[in-house]
Design a protein around this ligand. Structure first.
Ligand code: MLT
Length: 314
């Protein structure tokens, strides 16, 4: 009877609201992607989707929460490249990235922008670089915690420039942006899903993009890449994926994956992403198996880079 009841329950999944854990503060880029994505998921699954912001330790506290959650499909994780950088930064990570999650598909890829407070004298990357070289050790670089996307980009920026900066960590680049707007910090490398909102306002300055090629968005097209600005080979794109705790029943995993794929084809979601220069995934990484293979490849790509540039966070 138990098996029958369990099968019936799976057939009815979801019977109640689903919680998406976002491992960063509300108002930041991960939260923005999650809320737009959740609206698509709600339409597909017909139940409310609750966003729970669980920030801290570069996103690893939230990921741990989901790794240890009930594997019933009602607590899932939406996070980014931190899934691939954290193993190189945290010796005591409370989960095994490739073993403790069901991979539900890759969602998008997001460029980063190097931005600064509006009171900086520099009006382009060359002038910013001159200012950086003249202020070694005194520049405040904001990020969302060791293991975050902004931390990774900031790390590579400093090591490529061979300049040490004062790192100012936040629980997300939402709160970091507040301080940048207030002039409390100097620069930040942040995803366009967060900085695009400031592109027209003139309240922060834009210096460059982190991608190999310039962005086609009119508001960002004039920005040089860091590569063409002298940081040869600089190329950082942030990606977001969806995860459930290991052992979540296959019918539930399949329903969540199908809902992810349908959401990535939802014009409303695609529009919200395009408006922020984010690109929705259309290749086979929307499948769990390829999503997992991609994360494994990213772990292998970023681990040596990180190990060569920074000591462990714990
Ligand atoms: C990051 O830097 O990892 C993200 O921007 C954090 C966030 O979503 O707030």
């Amino acid at each position: 009877l138990t098996a029958l009841t369990a099968t019936a329950a799976l057939a009815e999944y979801p019977e109640k609201p689903i919680t998406i854990v976002v491992p960063f503060a509300a108002g930041g880029p991960t939260d923005k992607v999650a809320r737009d994505f959740a609206e698509g998921l709600r339409k597909q699954l017909g139940k409310p989707i609750i966003i729970e912001n669980a920030g801290g330790a570069g996103g690893t506290l939230g990921a741990t929460k989901v790794a240890k959650a009930a594997n019933d499909g009602y607590t899932i994780l939406l996070t980014h490249i931190g899934m691939a950088t954290s193993p190189a930064l945290y010796r005591n990570l409370q989960y095994k990235t490739l073993e403790d999650f069901e991979y539900l598909g890759l969602i998008n890829e997001v460029p980063m922008t190097l931005v600064g407070r509006s009171t900086l004298a520099a009006n382009n990357y060359a002038e910013l670089n001159t200012w950086i070289q003249a202020n070694k050790g005194k520049i405040n670089l904001a990020h969302a915690g060791v293991g975050s996307a902004s931390h990774l980009c900031g790390l590579l920026f400093q090591s490529t420039l061979k300049v040490e900066m004062v790192a100012v960590p936040y629980k997300g680049t939402g709160p970091a942006m507040t301080d940048l707007l207030g002039g409390q910090v100097d620069i930040m490398c942040d995803q366009t899903t967060n900085t695009m909102g400031q592109a027209e306002g003139g309240k922060i300055k834009f210096y460059a993009v982190s991608t190999a090629k310039r962005l086609s968005m009119p508001a960002l097209a004039k920005l040089p890449t860091l590569d063409e600005s002298g940081l040869k080979g600089f190329n950082v794109t942030i990606w977001h994926g969806l995860y459930a705790p290991k052992g979540t029943p296959k019918p539930v995993v399949d329903k969540l994956n199908a809902a992810l794929k349908a959401t990535l084809k939802d014009p409303a979601f695609i529009k919200s992403e395009e408006a922020l220069a984010a690109v929705v995934v259309t290749d086979n990484r929307v499948n769990g198996a390829e999503h997992k293979k991609f994360v494994e490849a990213e772990i292998n790509k970023w681990t040596p880079v990180i190990r060569a540039n920074v000591q462990y966070a714990d």
